[in-house]
Every structure is written in C-alpha cells, then in structure tokens.
Design a protein around this ligand. Structure first.
Ligand code: ADP
Ligand code: MG
Length: 321
C-alpha cells in the first residue's frame, strides 16, 4: 500500500468540530478560535518501551495512546478537539495492523467529537506513535499545578493501581478475580474529561492526571504551588478484589503505579461539596485522600498512616524523619 492510499484510509469522512477550516489534505491544518485559550500537548509511544504486542492488541494500542493524551487535556481543564498523529512504521508491521491502531484512536475520538486533522507517515526501524492533541479551555480557566493553596482538600477520582494490576495479570499466568475489569483498565483507560468540564464554574482547581502514580502527581503539585501535601494512606481508593494481589505490589501500584489516568487535584474546602456533587452527576467516584498543610510551604509530600506522618519521595520511598 502506498502512502497516499494509507492516508486516505485513515482520514475521516467528515469532521465534527465547527472551528476546523482545513483538515487532512494540505500542507497543514487550519482552525479558527476567538473565544477560548488553546491547550496543546504531545506524547510519543515506542514499541517495547511504552507498550508491547504481547499485552496490547493493535486496536488497544491506538485507544490507549490517545487516551493518555486526552487525559492531559482533562488535567488542564480543557476539552479535547483535535489530534495529529506522526507514525514510524517498520517492515515487520502489516499495514492492516497499523490501520487497526488508527481504528482504536478513531473509536475513542468519536466519544469526544475529536477530529484527526493531520500527521506524518514514515518508515523506520521501530513502531513509534507520536500524538499531538489540541483542546480548548475558557479564557483564563486552565487548571495549573501551581494553583494549590494551604488548607485545600486533596482528592482523586476512581480507584488506583488497577492499570498495573491489569498489566500484572497479562504478564503472569494464573487465575484472578475480575480479570476482565483489570485488563480493561490497563488497555482502555477512561480519561475524566466530563468530570473536569463539569467543574468549569469553579474559580480555582489544581489538577494533575495520574500517569506516574499519586505520589508523583502530588509532588508535582506540591512543588509547583510550593505547598506541603499530606496523603492519608487509609483513604486511597482501590477497587473490589484489589486485595487479591501481594501486599507489596498493592502498595507500589496504588502509590506509584500510574497509568490509571484518574484525576488528582486540590480544591478549596468551600468548593469540596460542589466537587462531590459534580462527581455524583458525572458518575465518577471521587475520594478525599488528604489535605494541603495550612502552615508549612516547602513542596513536600507526606504519608499519614496510623496517625504517624512520614515524608515520601517522588519515587515513593519513605524518608524517616
Ligand atoms: P507533506 O508532504 O506536506 O508533509 P504528507 O504527504 O506527509 O504531506 O501528508 C499529506 C496529508 O496527510 C497532510 O495533510 C498530513 O497532515 C496528512 N497525514 C500524513 N500522515 C498522516 C497520519 N499518520 N495521520 C494523519 N494525517 C496524516
Ligand atoms: Mg509529511
């Protein structure tokens, strides 16, 4: 298959976004925006580093890489609108399989009315997919990591550690309870766009998506906002049957496992009821998992367990005070 035929095969028949002026087919895409701030991010995924064929179908590779990008938009408070895909295709990948990767992306993009508006296609040694995503946020309403304040409530959506549990099931033979649920959480994560969009009326939110684990996300917010964050070990939400895995793995996964693509954030105490109500209406569980220290401002993260507080490093190591 030549490049032209390939590009034609992945091109949408029609575009969903009214702000798009020119999609695939020229030297570059064009869209027009007058009322929103434009948010953009790029992520690159390389075979055998970020994913393997053993644990991911071609369809789920596409789904999963776009989901990770969409999750970045959620963490900024943005609504995803467009994406561009640069793909390096090696000899040992059949073109039909690459098309299946694009079908995985296309499937997820439909849910958010996103349009594929461009990209690049080249051959090379390893399969590599680089996705650029563009989204809109109301002027001045981007949810920066630097917006956390002393006294805020710390919360997270969904349950943590499921994605790593799913990967563990895929890599280890054995029978596990709720296998399908965990595998699905690994291969087809749900970015929390609707939940964050439904909070757009709130003045201030500091958000991060859970890509590296909550300790790391907390550390980034603590650092950018120059606050101290205290996480309560007992309150970290995990799913039913998470306790079937070895306890050391449970701890590793829920604190620094990552790739759950849930939303971690801090919000003013006065707005917490609003967050809970919105979560309920968005059908997304939300849990209070800690608080921002009212006095100290140092950019550190602490773990509170059995009423003892210990500092925890970004990598998840506990420092003894
Ligand atoms: P150019 O030579 O100007 O870079 P290309 O032949 O690479 O153009 O691409 C032609 C059109 O197809 C462009 O609009 C480009 O954005 C689009 N395109 C190429 N590869 C991809 C891809 N992998 N995904 C989406 N669009 C693509
Ligand atoms: Mg090109």
């Amino acid at each position: 298959m030549d490049e032209f035929t390939f590009i034609n095969s992945i091109k949408q028949n029609y575009y969903r976004q009214s702000t798009l002026i020119k999609g695939i087919g020229d030297d570059a895409a064009v869209f027009r925006q007058v009322s929103n701030d434009i948010v953009t991010a790029v992520d690159t995924f390389v075979e055998n580093i970020h994913f393997t064929r053993e644990t991911m179908s071609a369809f789920s590779i596409g789904y999963r890489v776009l989901a990770a990008n969409i999750s970045d938009m959620a963490a900024m408070g943005a609504k995803p609108t467009f994406y561009l895909v640069s793909v390096v295709i090696p000899q040992h990948w059949k073109i039909e399989e690459v098309q299946e990767i694009f079908r995985g992306m296309s499937y997820l993009s439909r849910k958010y009315k996103m349009d594929l508006i461009g990209g690049d296609t080249v051959s090379g040694k390893e399969l590599s997919i680089s996705i650029s995503v563009i989204g809109y946020v109301k002027k001045g309403k981007a949810r920066y990591r630097s917006l956390s304040k002393p006294g805020d409530i710390v919360f997270v959506t969904g349950t943590l550690g499921d994605s790593q549990a799913g990967l563990y099931i895929l890599m280890n033979n054995g029978k596990y309870k709720n296998e399908e649920y965990f595998i699905n959480r690994h291969q087809k994560p749900s970015p929390r766009i609707d939940f964050v969009q439904n909070l757009s009326h709130l003045d201030r939110l500091a958000l991060n998506d859970v890509s590296d684990g909550i300790v790391s996300e907390a550390a980034e917010i603590a650092n950018e906002s120059q606050v101290n964050i205290i996480l309560k070990s007992e309150n970290i939400p995990t799913s039913k049957y998470f306790d079937q895995f070895p306890i050391q793995l449970q701890n590793k996964w829920k604190f620094s496992g990552g790739e759950d693509f849930e939303i971690f954030g801090t919000v003013a105490v006065d707005d917490w009821n609003d967050v809970k109500r919105t979560a309920y209406h968005s059908k997304v569980p939300v849990t209070k998992i800690g608080y921002v220290d009212t006095h100290e401002k140092q950019g550190k993260v602490f773990l509170k367990k059995d009423n003892k507080i210990k500092q925890i490093s970004k990598q998840g190591y506990i420092h003894l005070k």
